[in-house]
Design a protein around this ligand. Structure first.
Ligand SMILES: *Cc1c(COP(=O)(O)O)cnc(C)c1O
Length: 393
C-alpha cells in the first residue's frame, strides 16, 4: 500500500508488536495524530501570536499554559520546548562550556551529549562505570577530583543519564548530584528515557536542568523535547537578546538567544501538547510497564544460554540481552543464518529487532498490554524450542 505515489504506508505499529527500544515511547496518541493533521502547515501555531511575539506567550492554542504545565510536570521552575533532547544539551553547553573547559559525562553517555560538548571545544572526561554497569557517586567524586588535579578547576558541567540507553540501568542520580553539589558543578539530568514514561522530580533530585525527548518518550513527533531549568539557571540558559544592529538600529524584544527566538512552531509542538494529558496519566502506570517488561525478561532467562546484560530485576522496560550461547548458536547452522531470529519474530508479528542480530541486542516492552507481553514472552520461548534450545519450566 502506498501513501503517496512514491512512499509506502508505514504500518509497523498497526500490524506488529513493536519492540524497537527508541520507538515505543514516542508513538503518537490518537489525539496527537489529529493535531498533526490540523497543524501540519509551517508556522501553524503563529496564527494568534501577538506581542511580545514569543512562542511561550501564545494563548491560543494554549502554548503558554503548556509551558507552565511542562515545568510543573518535571518539578522545575521554567521549561521550554526544543527540537529534541540534543538541542536542549546544546543550549546548555552553549551557555556554560568554552574552549578547553572540562565537562563530565559518563561511560554510558549518549553520543549527542558528546557532540554538544565537542561543538563548543570542551574537554570531555568520562566517569567510569562499575563492573555491573552502574555509575556510582563515588566514581563521580573521584573523577571530579581527577579533573581538578588535571585542569586546576572543577568541571563546568556534568551530564547524567538517569537510565542509560545501552542497558536501561538505573543510576543513583540524586547521590551523584549530591557529590557534584560539593563543587558547585551545574548538573544536566538527561531524562530521554524517563520524562514522559515515569514520574520525574527535578528539584528533589537536585538537578539544575532536566532534559526530555518528545519523540522518544512523550508520544510526540520528531524533533521535539523539553529543556527545564531552575529559576537561577533559567536566567542564564534562557537569556534574552540585548543586541542592537549597527545600520538599522533594530532590537529584538525578548527573543531568547539560546532558543534562537522560537523553537517548535507547528506540528511537533501541537503533537506534543495533544499527547500531554495522556502522558501525564501514563507516567503513573510505570509499575505496570515494569511488570510487563519483567515477564518478557523471565521468558528470555528461561532459554538455556541466554544472559540478561542489564541489571536484574529490571527497573526499566529497555533491556539488553546476550544470546550468544542460545539464538546465535542456532544461527551458526540455520539456513537463514542470523536472519532466522528476526524473521521468526516478524512471522509472528513482532517487529523492531535489527535483522540479523542474534548476539547482543536490546528490546523495549513499553506500551504493551499484558496480553501482548504474555504473547511476546511465549513467542521467544517458542522460537527457542522450535530450534532445539532447552527452555526451563
Ligand atoms: C535518544 C537519546 C538522546 C537523544 O534524544 P533526541 O530527543 O533524539 O535528541 C539523548 N540521550 C539519551 C540517553 C538518549 O537515549
Amino acid at each position: 500500500m502506498k501513501c503517496t505515489d512514491e512512499f509506502d504506508v508505514r504500518d509497523v505499529d498497526e500490524c506488529c508488536i513493536n519492540i524497537d527500544p527508541i520507538q515505543v515511547g514516542g508513538r503518537l496518541t490518537a489525539d496527537a495524530m489529529k493535531a498533526v493533521i490540523a497543524y501540519g502547515d509551517g508556522y501553524s501555531v503563529c496564527d494568534q501570536c501577538r506581542k511580545p511575539f514569543r512562542l511561550d506567550y501564545i494563548k491560543s492554542p494554549p502554548i503558554d499554559r503548556f509551558h507552565r504545565d511542562l515545568a510543573a510536570f518535571v518539578n522545575m521552575d521554567v521549561a521550554r520546548v526544543v527540537p529534541g533532547a540534543r538541542r536542549g544539551f546544546q543550549a546548555v553547553t552553549d551557555t556554560y562550556v568554552g574552549k578547553g573547559d572540562p565537562v563530565l559525562i559518563t561511560a554510558l553517555s549518549h553520543y549527542t551529549e558528546v557532540l554538544a560538548i565537542e561543538g563548543r571545544g570542551g574537554a570531555i572526561r568520562e566517569i567510569p562505570k562499575s563492573a555491573g554497569n552502574i555509575i556510582t557517586a563515588d566514581a563521580a567524586a573521584e573523577t571530579i577530583e581527577a579533573v581538578i588535579r588535571e585542569f586546576g578547576r572543577p568541571p563546568v558541567l556534568l551530564f547524567l543519564d538517569h537510565y542509560d540507553y545501552q542497558y536501561g540501568n538505573c543510576h543513583p542520580v540524586a547521590e551523584i548530584i549530591g557529590a557534584a553539589r560539593q563543587y558547585d558543578i551545574p548538573v544536566l539530568y538527561n531524562g530521554a528515557y524517563t520524562v514522559g514514561i515515569m514520574e520525574v522530580d527535578g528539584k528533589s533530585l537536585g538537578a539544575d536542568f532536566v532534559v526530555g525527548s518528545g519523540h522518544k518518550s512523550m508520544a510526540a513527533p520528531a524533533p521535539s523535547g523539553i529543556l527545564a531549568a531552575t529559576a537561577e539557571r533559567a536566567a542564564e540558559v534562557f537569556r534574552t537578546t540585548g543586541i542592537k544592529t549597527d545600520v538599522t538600529g533594530r532590537t529584538f524584544g525578548i527573543k531568547e538567544v539560546g532558543m534562537m527566538g522560537c523553537t517548535l512552531m507547528g506540528v511537533t509542538l501541537m503533537g506534543m501538547m495533544a499527547s500531554f494529558p495522556h502522558v501525564r496519566e501514563r507516567v503513573k502506570r510505570w509499575d505496570k510497564e515494569l511488570s510487563n517488561g519483567n515477564l518478557v525478561v523471565e521468558a528470555l532467562k528461561a532459554i538455556d544460554g541466554t544472559v540478561i546484560r542489564s541489571e536484574y530485576p529490571r527497573k526499566h522496560t529497555l533491556t539488553r540481552v546476550d544470546t550468544i550461547n542460545s539464538f546465535d548458536r542456532v544461527a551458526k547452522t540455520h539456513k537463514k543464518r542470523g536472519y532466522f531470529f528476526s524473521s521468526a519474530l516478524k512471522e509472528r508479528g513482532i517487529a523492531g529487532i535489527i535483522p540479523g542480530a542474534t548476539k547482543v541486542w536490546k528490546f523495549n516492552t513499553y506500551g504493551m498490554t499484558r496480553i501482548q507481553a504474555e504473547y511476546v514472552a511465549a513467542t521467544f520461548r517458542e522460537i527457542a524450542e522450535e530450534n532445539g534450545l532447552p527452555v526451563s519450566i
